[in-house]
Design a protein around this ligand. Sequence first.
Ligand code: MIC
Ligand code: MG
Length: 305
Amino acid sequence: MLYSKTTPEQKRLRLREALASGTVQQFPGAFNPLSARLIQEKGFPGVYISGAVLANDLGLPDIGLTTLTEVAARAGQIARMTDLPAIVDADTGFGEPMNVARTVQELENAGLAGCHIEDQVNPKRCGHLDGKSVVDQDTALKRIRAAVDARRDADFLIMARTDIRAAEAGDAGLRAAADRAKALVDAGADAVFPEAMATLEEFAAIRAAVDVPILANMTEFGKSRLFTADELAGVGINLIIYPVTLLRIAMGAAERTLDTIRADGTQEAQVENMLTRSRLYELVDYEAYSRFDAGVFNFKVPGRH
Ligand SMILES: C[C@](O)(C(=O)O)[C@H](CC(=O)O)C(=O)O
Ligand SMILES: [Mg+2]
């Protein structure tokens, strides 16, 4: 009932243990607090909170328009609804290194288990689109040092994301990504997110460069093929995110249903694809509220509900 009773400190510890377990961890992206409940119920070990989803949910493109206040508030709403650790996308850290420091403290306050901070120039772009640019190494390292120094819980995970792979073509880009990953780890990053890797061999090259956990971004319609967890585990990946997957499928279903209502004059043909009323009530733990106050829960309808 209400919010998770697992404390942020416990969640951060859980995340550290999961990343050290030697088993690849799959974190689907929660597009709202309710979907975080579903992710937990299905047995996943953690939740990812995507910057693209937060922006798109507001009807905005993912080009650095969302503010720290918006991201921390929404991420906090999602994190508090699950016992799982949640990692949030902090984009470029929302400004200069001093802003990055404040970002980390606000995300700690919001109950997150960790965040990633990237080396794109402001305003940032989706990592899988062309035409993005990255800051010089010194600036990238300053962001990470500021983040690490600012945290008050040593278990809050600071992940460094580098977008440099796409900044130079071919092997040069990959070498630059491996070099930068190494430097980011030396600056204190607990984990690395090499963005827009195209092949398993590219992930393996980053694995060879650093000895901290590595994230693989399995976003659809991007630069990477959708590798399986086994394939990614085979090249030493520790954490896989599916950042926009649930939003895309939910919006796909919404579009199909609106088309059905327009075409048929009723949603009837789509009802079998819906989460039923009783399933929805299970997810919000309706019955627990009833145990608290017997007058609240009175839902009992037989049939397909
Ligand atoms: C991971 C990512 O940063 C996100 O915001 O979810 C995006 C995902 C996407 O746009 O598909 C990214 O830059 O890869
Ligand atoms: Mg993002």
